[in-house]
Ligand binder design. Structure first.
Ligand code: AMP
Ligand code: MG
Length: 395
């Protein structure tokens, strides 16, 4: 394996950004679509509201006739249609969501009324019209949702409203997850001497699911070239993107680089000037994009977020962007060596800003659950002063 030189994070991101895999399309029930990427624009088949609609329970009348008394000529529950025209001195009792009768331009609320013997008087001082006009929210033929979005619960209400009960979405990519390491046992087992539980695979599977793709788990490859090669070959043939964790350092048992090369993977980079996450490999094969992620769990998590999640979304034609907000760093941050870009987990501070989380390094697995996000410290920056603004990327 020819060793490549360490490249800056920006360059690695730029290289990764040139690649994607192709994704298919499928029609599914809209009720199954939350979290999926919408592959078509959705148009409305009707006006919303479809009729002039009362926003309150009350009485529909002519504003000019207020305060009354007004003769009640009809009762209009939601779901029925008014039969009578409202003329001078008249009103119709109306429920929220019902169609406002012809002739009426105002609905005053039942809370501001006094009724007696078939007539009603407005008791307030002034009233809004309380009428939502036909088509004021959505016009028939309007585009209500644009393809590319990751479908959210509020989109489902829009689909239901316009009758889009079958929607075209992007097929989920299949993402292979492979752990490597003789020291790993699966989480349901108590580790023996020198062993630890395999946390990365399950973290990665959860990250893949959050990115809207399908995780295909291939288990733990021991630290042997043959075993790793066998699993990698299968994963490349069967999946769109292959994720390996561990085995990418320079140790005697780190077989991933040589296995990838023998599998016909072209290595684009294998070392990135970022902390955590230096031993990160990106390779391409005609059948898959392959990531060799670090073995340390914090590194694997962050490199997935920075490299893999955008790759999955891009490949699935999704317009997802990481959520990044500028926030005040309430306390200071400093580091001795500044040769690499650093990701620093941060937590919310009581003053509304953020502070660096307690963090012992890339194996500190419980540093992340409490973290609100990560903030980047560029190469050459040794210190961020208290009160300076930083970009916080939500995790
Ligand atoms: P490696 O790159 O294989 O040398 O792994 C670096 C560190 O990450 C070692 O301490 C490994 O034990 C640990 N590690 C590797 N894979 C996993 C995993 N799947 N789950 C938890 N820790 C891991
Ligand atoms: Mg290992």
């Amino acid at each position: 394996m020819s060793e490549k030189k360490m490249i800056p994070l920006g360059e690695a991101l730029e290289i990764a950004g040139r690649y994607r895999v192709q994704s298919g399309r499928e029609k599914i029930a809209f009720t199954d679509s939350p979290g999926r990427v919408l592959a078509e624009d959705i148009f409305s088949d009707m006006d919303m509201p479809p009729f002039n609609r009362s926003a309150v329970d009350g009485f529909a009348c002519r504003r000019a006739d207020l305060p009354g008394p007004l003769t009640i000529i009809e009762t209009i529950p939601a779901g029925t249609y008014p039969q009578k025209h409202v003329s001078e001195g008249e009103c119709s009792r109306i429920m929220t969501g019902a169609a406002v009768p012809d002739g009426a331009d105002t609905v005053f609320m039942v809370e501001e009324s006094r009724e007696e013997k078939g007539s009603v008087t407005f008791t307030g001082s002034q009233t809004k019209d309380n009428i939502a006009l036909r088509g004021e929210d959505i016009g028939s033929g309007d585009r209500v949702l644009t393809g590319g979005r990751v479908i959210r619960p509020q989109d489902i209400a829009v689909m239901a409203t316009v009758g889009a009960t079958e929607v075209e979405v992007v097929k989920k990519l299949d993402i292979a997850v492979i752990s490597t390491g003789d020291e790993l046992v699966e989480p349901h087992k108590k580790p023996g001497k020198g062993e630890i539980r395999n946390s990365n695979a399950y973290q990665l599977i959860a990250q893949v699911m959050r990115a809207g793709a399908n995780a295909v788990y291939y288990g733990i490859a021991g630290d042997s070239e043959e075993q790793t090669a066998q699993i990698v070959d299968r994963a490349i043939a069967e999946c769109d993107i292959v994720l390996l964790t561990g085995g990418v350092s320079m140790g005697d048992y780190d077989f991933v680089p040589v296995v990838l090369e023998k599998a016909g993977v072209e290595i684009l980079f294998d070392k990135v000037a970022v902390q955590p996450g230096k031993p990160t490999t990106l390779g391409i094969h005609k059948d898959a994009v392959v990531f060799g992620l670090p073995g340390n769990p914090v590194s694997a998590f962050i490199q997935f977020e920075i490299f893999v999640r955008p790759m999955i979304h891009r490949s699935m034609d999704s317009d997802w962007k990481p959520e990044i907000v500028r926030m005040i760093l309430s306390d200071g941050y400093s580091r001795k060596r500044a040769g690499r870009f650093a990701w620093v987990p941060v937590i919310r501070n009581s003053d509304g800003g953020v502070i660096a989380a307690e963090y012992h390094g890339s194996a500190h697995i419980n540093a992340l659950p409490g973290a609100y996000g990560i903030t980047g410290v560029p190469v050459g920056v040794h210190e961020i002063k208290a009160g300076e603004e930083v970009d916080v990327r939500f995790i």
